[in-house]
Design a protein around this ligand. Structure first.
Ligand code: ZN
Length: 136
């Protein structure tokens, strides 16, 4: 079992499309704003996405990745002595942002867990809306 594997269906062990839900519906890639669910593509079991660990992982990716980018540029400026203004420092960090976002989109859903939908629990299944596109 890989260290960071995608969430699987507890009933049939199929990979769940949690990454798809997260990439499309997580607010700024940080967290889902309401109780959100996903259906197993094989057995169609309805499951709730439990995002507590994923939110922490998301924040850590942003903090560590952003801090790493800043530290790399600061290293070039202050240790290597590259002459650059503050604006240049920010511009040098910008190309790293897409890589940071890609890392976040890959890592964070792997920290999600799933559980069964509780009785009378209101859960949104965004991939079921508008023909499975989720409206986006
Ligand atoms: Zn299943």
């Amino acid at each position: 079992m890989p260290l960071l594997s995608e969430p699987r269906c507890p009933k049939c062990d199929s990979v769940l499309p949690v990454a798809k839900v997260w990439s499309r519906f997580a607010y700024r890639g940080l967290s889902l704003q309401e109780t959100t669910g996903v259906r197993c593509p094989v057995c169609h079991d309805a499951l709730v996405i439990v995002q507590g660990r994923a939110v922490i992982a998301s924040m850590l990716v942003v903090l560590i990745g952003g801090g790493g980018l800043g530290a790399l540029v600061a290293f070039c400026r202050y240790v290597l002595g590259w002459p650059m203004s503050d604006v240049t420092m920010v511009l040098l960090m910008l190309p790293g942002v897409p890589f940071l976002m890609a890392a976040q989109a890959w890592i964070v859903p792997r920290f999600c867990r799933v559980r069964a939908v509780g009785p009378a629990e209101v859960v949104r299944f965004p991939l079921d809306e508008r023909g499975g596109t989720g409206g986006i």
